[in-house]
Ligand binder design. Sequence first.
Ligand SMILES: O=C(O)/C=C/c1cccc(O)c1O
Ligand SMILES: [Fe+2]
Length: 314
Amino acid sequence: MPMHLVAMSHSPLLDKVDVPELVRAELEVVFESLRKVVSAFAPDVVVLFTPDHYNGFFYDIMPPFCIGTAAEAIGDFESAAGSLNVPDDLAEELARFVLSRDVDVALSRAMHVDHGAVQPLEILFGGIESIPVIPVFVNGVAEPFAPMTRVGTLGRAIGEFFADRPERVLVLASGGLSHDPPVPQWATAPSPLRKAILDGRNRTPAARAEREARVFATARDFAQGTATIQDLNPSWDREFMSLCRSGRLEELESYSSEQMTSDAGHSSHEVRTWVAAFAAQASISPYEIGIEFYKPIREYIAGFGVMTATSSSR
Ligand SMILES: O=C(O)/C=C/c1cccc(O)c1O
Ligand SMILES: [Fe+2]
């Protein structure tokens, strides 16, 4: 029953490229505060709402949502690689419950996850092994997307599953806010890239290095103002966070996919993880916001946001 929420952007460029010292220091203060909050809450299990960047999920079969009963981190961008500590029986029970609530969630007994899942675990827990984690994939890069209402329904079903259970649950959302990194798009990708996002599992080291180099080059150009990717949209980000803060989730659930892409970039759909997490938290009880941070950081190609929330009835 006790539930706490952390929602945070990620970027594979974090700690890998230079940012002004003040920005780095501000982020470190925020991350340290998050660690304190999480350690005080002492979760038994993390429900990790995570997107993927064509490392675990591909167009040969792209579910809108998937719960993992086992997961392996692939170690892209030097993130931690290896097995996540997934409580398989609990994850399967969760999947059965969510299905019983009319959400057609997929189940994976061998999910592959990337920096999107791993980075927040590394920041909050120092790695991927120390804390039991149920990974919940929420598609945030591969069109077509589920309507936002379904994302809310998924989150509420997950919240309801835990409402009568004893575990202390940290719902952790990874991704967002406005950003448009060079993740390939089916509609515009040339044929070798289409193949990579169709069924590009187990990429060769050379292919992985090429892809990562493209992201670094784009980040450098973006920081210098010469990249062709869509700009960050701080006002969109602030409005999104303000709706999370005030609990007006029905307004978030009325966002249209097309508008999200055009206002805030192709990868803005990663905020779906936030909507699922806030819907889970709201289904337990009204909540209050704790930590809140926002900064557009072009060097990281990210409108970088962090929020925490917990029951206001505590
Ligand atoms: O290329 C990728 O796999 C992802 C890059 C990226 C860059 C910046 C912010 C993000 O959320 C990303 O996933
Ligand atoms: Fe991402």
